[in-house]
Structures are given as structure tokens and as C-alpha cells.
Design a protein around this ligand. Structure first.
Ligand SMILES: [Zn+2]
Length: 218
């Protein structure tokens, strides 16, 4: 799947091209790139290979079956590469002391869950985008808190100095999420599943199965 030649693109054709169109496209390009006329031999070779390939009915039939998928994959990769990155420092964690004080929630002796309820905060992060950013493909780099199993005691030593006997400790990771252009609007809350973070090595996990991000306009 890694190596893919876009024979249609090489000949400047649409995937719907007829045999006649393939031949015409080949002759036109062959004139331009023929090494006898000072053209680039490598380029000419490429054109010739694609031409031969597409004229082979059986080969073309098999190729067309996966062509759309390949193009989709390539387009998506291009979009990923050109997407605007929203860095992790733009995601504000809502369960901070400052936020609770702003919402006039007293902190002492109240569980975090109840504090969030009292403050009427129904999401974990806030991010503010400018209007232009709503129009582009984005990559959200969301900082998440993960728990890691202590590799020194695996939770079997109450006197472990590394994890203070807890068997696990907190660590941070950045989760990257691709957001296609025009899918967000101000005032929207999006949910991101973290279950895939459980990963192959079960020593890192997220206590939250889901994070909620509130998106607003700057
Ligand atoms: Zn430990």
C-alpha cells in the first residue's frame, strides 16, 4: 500500500478516460518528453509505463478497484500535512482552581466532580479559534493526563519511593486529532474518545474514556 503510482495523473487523465484518450494523451506527452528530442528519459519511461499499464484491460480493471481508495488516502495525507496545528497551550483545562473561583465555587472539601457540577462546567477543555481557523483543516494537539503503572514496583510495594506506594503515577501526553474544515462552529462541544490510548502496552492508560472540548470563537 505504500508505493502507489498514479498512472492517470502521469498521463494527465481522469480515471474515466477512454482508450482513445489514453492513446492521445500518450502521443502528446511522448512528443514532449522523447529523449531523442531532448526530453527527460526518466519522465519518458514513466509515461510509457503508465500508457502500457492502462491499455492492459485486466490490469486497469484491478487498478481501478482500489484507485479511489488510494486517492482518498493520499488526499487525506495531504490534508493532514497542510492542516493548521492548534498547539496544546491553547487548550484550557476547565477544572482549574482559577476557573472555579471565577465561577464562585468554593473549593474546600468538595469533590472535583461536584465542583464541576456546581460551576456548571460540562466539558474538560476550552479552545478558542479565530474565524479563519473555523474554515481550515485543523489538528488539535490536546494535552491529556494519563496514568502510568509504576515500572519499579508494579503496585506491589507500598514503600516504593518512585510512586509513593500508589502503584501508578500521572504523566502527560499529547493527543492529535484531525478536524476537517467547516465541521466546527462556535459554541460547539466535541467529544474525543481516548480508549485507543489503552494501546498495546497496557501500562499507560487514561482514566477518562472520553474528553469533551468546548469550541468557541476568539
Ligand atoms: Zn512504585
Amino acid at each position: 500500500m505504500d508505493f502507489f503510482v498514479d498512472h492517470y495523473k502521469i498521463l494527465g487523465l481522469e480515471p474515466t478516460a477512454t482508450e482513445d484518450e489514453i492513446k492521445k494523451a500518450f502521443w502528446k506527452l511522448a512528443k514532449l518528453y522523447h529523449p531523442d528530442k531532448g526530453g527527460d528519459p526518466y519522465k519518458f519511461h514513466q509515461i510509457f509505463i503508465s500508457y502500457q499499464f492502462l491499455l492492459d484491460k485486466q490490469k486497469r480493471k484491478n487498478y481501478d478497484k482500489t484507485y479511489k481508495e488510494f486517492i482518498k488516502k493520499i488526499n487525506l495525507e495531504n490534508r493532514y500535512q497542510n492542516a493548521k496545528v492548534i498547539e496544546s497551550n491553547r487548550f484550557y483545562y476547565t477544572a482549574t482552581l482559577k476557573r472555579f473561583l471565577e465561577k464562585q465555587v468554593r473549593i474546600s472539601k468538595i469533590k472535583k466532580k461536584d465542583r464541576l457540577f456546581l460551576a456548571n462546567i460540562q466539558y474538560d477543555y476550552e479552545v478558542k479559534l479565530n474565524l479563519q481557523e473555523f474554515e481550515c483543516d485543523l489538528i488539535f494537539k490536546v494535552p491529556v493526563v494519563l496514568k502510568k503503572i509504576c515500572k519499579y514496583c508494579y503496585g506491589n510495594d507500598l514503600n516504593c519511593s518512585y510512586c509513593n506506594g500508589l502503584g501508578k503515577y500521572k504523566t502527560q501526553a499529547i493527543v492529535q486529532i484531525f478536524i476537517p474544515a467547516h465541521t466546527l462552529h462556535p459554541g460547539q462541544m466535541i467529544k474525543i474518545n481516548l480508549e485507543h490510548l489503552k494501546s498495546k502496552s497496557l501500562d499507560v492508560y487514561s482514566e477518562k474514556k472520553m474528553i469533551r472540548i468546548y469550541v468557541d470563537v476568539k
